[in-house]
Ligand binder design. Structure first.
Ligand SMILES: C[S@@+](CC[C@H](N)C(=O)[O-])C[C@H]1O[C@@H](n2cnc3c(N)ncnc32)[C@H](O)[C@@H]1O
Length: 478
């Protein structure tokens, strides 16, 4: 696969040749003129607008077919014809003269491709699909357009005014980068959105003034943030906000890599999870606690990012106790737990009104012979969710049956829930362990037991196309 190198070209005063005079050529010419290029059009016939531009002296037009030599002195050329033979001839000359060429809709004759552009003032966002689907590029541009409105052009103008001043006021490059991020991450954009540009200016001014003062580092703080079950879109807004303000991120294995990208580029990222293939935590908890305390005491903003919710088998409580004991301030930002979201992602509502008015969340890796769980009580509950239970699946199902649950109780395992590779295996207490084994499911996986699972089977037909659910020989009637 070839990756195109994205670039924005400075075409001011440069000669650009456009071969063709139709609607597409016209659109290209307008864009090129906008960028300050000196445009020559070569085509036997040209559109009305191009005629007008020529009459106004804005473009030069030669009303004839392309001929070898037309690209002399050009920096860049566009072939907007539907004649592949002509495009080929232009390509040969462009290559010989090292002129950048885009032949519209004719990828083999392009040395550059034109992205779809969303522009707001000096903000320009280019979308490329490597020439494979201009239509998709246009739709993506439209989506981006809905997110990045004119307020960003205004904000950028304000930031542009500040650039020289900040370089002088904050000579340390690292501190300056930090300040820039604190400005763009601040509410300045909200002021602009409300039309209060003066307010935005004052707001930015306050941040700049604060940065100029001698640095008085506070005591530091730890935010214990739930990252959600897998899909990076399932973190809370507060969690994302804390992450974007982090100076250090201490994270587990189940945290999606896209979320780490949300932290500022200079933030330190420390992995404390277990290596792939295992469930639970890696670095001993005491060491993680000590790391949290030590990093916060150095005056930094620490985000402790954990899969799901920090307090659902996340050892968040132990970290809070350690921080409390050390006098380090902390805040807990709850997350969407896989105990509810993983079944949910497979169409299993853990408290479906018809089937379950209670459910228990159980640590599956503690289901060995020495387990002190009250299995009689568990077996009487209408719905059970086991986390970290994939390896112990045969013991769990056997025990539940031994303690009185029907062999026919519906049960499901959902692996990598909410992620593109999500897989669901459905069976009964009697069949599930074997089926999950045959399917070769990998952690992380969540087990659900109870009639609520039956609702998943009923929903499969409609969900199968929309969601990445794999059903392996379910013996449930829908
Ligand atoms: C150490 S526990 C942490 C649970 C987490 N605090 C939560 O609230 O989701 C890890 C277990 O959560 C479950 N889990 C986490 N992410 C999952 C996912 N994407 N799909 C299925 N189960 C998941 C698995 O049972 C895994 O072994």
């Amino acid at each position: 696969m070839t990756h195109f190198y994205p670039a924005f070209l400075d075409l001011r005063g440069r000669r650009v040749v456009v071969i063709g005079g139709g609607a597409i050529a016209e659109q290209k010419v307008v864009g090129l003129l906008d960028a300050g290029a000196q445009v020559s059009v070569i085509s036997p016939s040209v559109s009305r607008r191009l005629e007008d531009l020529a009459a106004a002296g804005t473009v030069a037009i030669e009303r004839r077919p392309y001929r070898d030599g037309d690209l002399a002195g050009a920096f860049l050329a566009i072939a907007a014809t539907d004649d592949r033979v002509a495009n080929r001839a232009v390509w040969v000359e462009a290559e010989a003269r090292s002129v950048l060429l885009n032949a519209v809709d004719d990828l083999p004759h392009c040395s550059f491709i034109a992205p779809a552009i969303h522009r707001q003032g000096d903000v320009a966002i280019a979308v490329s699909t490597a020439g494979k689907s201009p239509a998709l590029a246009v739709r993506l541009r439209e989506r981006i357009g809905r997110l990045v409105g004119p307020e960003y052009a205004t904000l950028l103008a304000l930031l542009g005014e500040l650039r020289a001043e900040l370089a002088q006021r904050v000579p340390d490059a690292r501190a300056r980068t930090r300040l820039w991020y604190s400005i763009v991450d601040s509410d300045a954009i909200e002021f602009v959105r409300r039309g209060d540009v003066a307010g935005a200016r004052r707001h930015i001014g306050r941040l700049v003034a604060a940065a100029g003062e001698p640095e008085t580092r506070g005591p530091g703080i730890v935010y214990i943030v739930g990252a959600g079950p897998g899909d990076p879109g399932l973190i809370t807004r507060r969690g994302l906000q804390r992450l974007r303000g982090a100076e250090v991120v201490i994270y587990d294995r189940l945290v999606h890599p896209d979320l780490l990208e949300e932290a500022p580029p200079w933030a330190e990222r420390i992995f404390v999870g277990k290596r792939p293939g295992s469930e639970g935590h890696g670095l001993p908890q005491e060491q993680i606690n000590a790391l949290l305390i030590e990093t916060a005491r150095s005056g930094r903003v620490v985000v402790r990012l954990k899969g799901g919710d920090p307090f659902v088998f996340g050892r968040g409580a132990e970290e809070c106790e350690a921080l409390w004991g050390a006098g380090v301030p902390y805040e807990v930002v709850p997350g969407v737990t896989s105990a509810i979201a993983a079944p949910g992602a497979a169409g299993i509502p853990v408290t479906h009104r018809r089937y379950a008015s209670a459910f228990a969340v159980v640590a599956g890796h503690e289901c060995d012979a020495a387990s002190d769980l009250d299995w009689d009580a568990l077996a009487r509950l209408p719905a059970l969710v086991f986390l970290m239970g994939l390896r112990a699946l045969p013991e769990i199902t056997t025990r539940l049956i031994a303690h009185g649950m029907s062999q026919q109780t519906p049960a499901a395992v959902i692996a990598s829930a909410t992620l593109p590779q999500q897989r669901t295996v459905i069976g009964t207490l009697a069949t599930l362990a074997e089926r999950a084994g045959a399917a070769g499911l990998e952690p992380p996986a969540t087990l659900v037991v109870g009639d609520v699972v039956a609702t998943a089977a009923a929903e499969q037909a409609s969900r199968l196309e929309a969601a990445p659910v794999v059903l392996l020989g379910s013996d449930l009637s829908p």
